[in-house]
Design a protein around this ligand. Structure first.
Ligand code: FAD
Length: 432
């Protein structure tokens, strides 16, 4: 990995966006336009919606069908802002009309089974669809039985790790909490969707509490001993809210008492491995995660519950012509994020279009940026560029926001603005 100054890094990041485009891959669009065939994409989230869009953009004659179980997509990015009351669920809800207008067939149904050999999917509604290639980007599922009672607390200790009704429920509980109450946030062990997500959540709940219930506090009872953007988060917490025991945000790492062992919704208590107990007025338990059910039942997962793929094309290592991307796959050094899924989806679309056009897929490059809001006008971020080397995705260069107060206040304010710009442009890329 190479450390770079911000200007050089942003230049490289910009260049990566360009090499994700097929023209910069050195293949004329006229050649790609010859691509034809039938592709079914399952999952209309960050990976699937992007892949469907780019398949159609680069191969207008490709027959692209997107199957998605929900009528509309609610993004997890910015759902922490909804939780804190600064945006509404409607503002993070997107329709598939933009994809339909581009000639993508959107089927609102659930895939109940995939025959990866025959490239067929069976729908809950009774239909069977078949294609030349399948792209699966179904996200994650929660797995239970790792913590006592973890399967019984969805209503009493909402995860809000799938945006929608769970976000609304957790928000309602935070709103109803008395001033002086305690919110516990319980991140699962890595790997999980959105590594900085629990810590952004703590920040934005703290912002609500600071303005409305200033005697309250948040304890992050972690199942990890370190976390994403740790130095930047901790410095910002110290500055904006106060951090440590008795302050607004306290972080208890895994090595202080071990992993979480038991949840007791009747007493709202959390017990750690070596006996420490934490009581919360509101408890946000984020369950352990694995790739979504569909890829398990299709036989595409490894012993850890994720999908092994050829990391230059995202073609499954166990089923030819079947591609798995986004959170469900193992993507080398890339984190499980919406931006990663978007970047992988473009490379996967490129791999499919070049294959259907009888061309060689050039060596890909990928990018990820994860913004986190500490408050609505204080942001931090991590950005990285990745390449495909010796069979897997490796980090080539990265940059993290310098911990406060290494930069001027304006810098952190701008990061918050960029976060909002990022959201606008990536959702436009997916759904526009
Ligand atoms: C609180 C929170 C905050 C986050 N913030 C950020 C952020 O700021 N930046 C960022 O980059 N990432 C963020 N993420 C992570 C991001 O949401 C995920 O990494 C991203 O959604 C992964 O994309 P995906 O395509 O793999 O899965 P998803 O986006 O989850 O899409 C999967 C889709 O498949 C559908 N599906 C699943 N199974 C089936 C089936 N059998 N039949 C039909 N449809 C099916 C689902 O309904 C879903 O729409 C955040 C996550 C959380 C929880």
């Amino acid at each position: 990995m190479q450390d770079m100054n911000r200007r050089d890094f942003m230049r490289l990041l910009g260049a990566t966006g360009a090499v994700s485009g097929l023209t910069a891959m050195g293949i004329p669009t006229a050649v790609l336009a010859k691509a034809s065939g039938k592709v079914i994409v399952v999952g209309g989230g960050f990976g699937g919606a992007t892949c469907a869009q780019y398949l159609k953009r680069w191969g207008p004659d490709i027959d692209v069908t997107l199957v998605e179980r929900e009528a509309k997509y609610v993004t997890c990015p910015f759902s922490n802002v909804v939780l804190a009351g600064d945006m509404t669920i409607d503002q993070i809800t997107h329709s598939y009309d933009g994809l339909k207008a581009k000639g993508i067939k959107v089927v609102n149904d659930e895939v109940t089974g995939a025959d990866v050999g025959a490239k067929k999917v069976t729908l809950k509604g009774g239909d069977t669809l078949s294609a030349d290639m399948l792209v699966l980007s179904p996200g994650v599922k929660f797995i239970y039985g790792r913590v006592e009672n973890d399967d019984k607390v969805e209503q009493s200790m909402p995860h809000a790790w799938k945006a929608g009704p769970q976000t609304a429920l957790l928000r309602k509980q935070i709103m109803a909490m008395k001033d002086g109450g305690t919110v516990l946030i319980l991140p699962p062990p890595k790997p999980f969707r959105c590594p900085p997500g629990p810590y952004e959540r703590a920040s934005l709940i703290a912002n609500y509490l600071k303005n409305n219930k200033p005697k309250s506090k948040i304890i992050i009872v972690d199942s990890n001993e370190s976390h994403s953007k740790q130095k930047a988060f901790h410095a910002a917490w110290q500055h904006v809210y106060g951090m440590g025991e008795g302050k607004m945000i306290q972080w208890v790492k895994e090595t202080e008492g071990g992993k979480i062992e038991k949840l007791d919704p009747s007493t709202m208590t959390v017990t750690k491995e070596f006996g420490d107990e934490f009581k919360g007025d509101v408890i946000n338990f984020i369950p352990y995660q694995k790739a979504a059910e569909l890829v398990h039942s299709a036989g595409l997962t490894n012993k850890d519950g994720w999908c092994d793929v050829h990391q230059n094309t995202f073609e499954s290592k166990v089923a030819k012509g079947v591609y798995v991307l986004g959170d469900a796959c193992v993507a080398g050094a890339m984190p499980k994020s919406g931006h990663s899924a978007n970047s992988q989806a473009k490379n996967c679309a490129a791999a499919i279009v070049t294959k259907l056009a009888g061309q060689e897929m050039p060596t890909p490059t990928y990018a990820n940026t994860c913004y986190s809001l500490i408050s609505p006008d204080f942001g931090i971020s991590v950005a990285a560029v990745y390449g495909f080397k010796e069979g897997s995705i490796k980090k080539l260069a990265s940059g993290v926001t310098p911990p406060y107060p290494k930069e001027k206040n304006r810098f952190y304010k701008n990061e918050a603005k960029y976060a909002k710009g990022w959201y606008k442009s990536i959702t436009m890329d997916m759904f526009g």
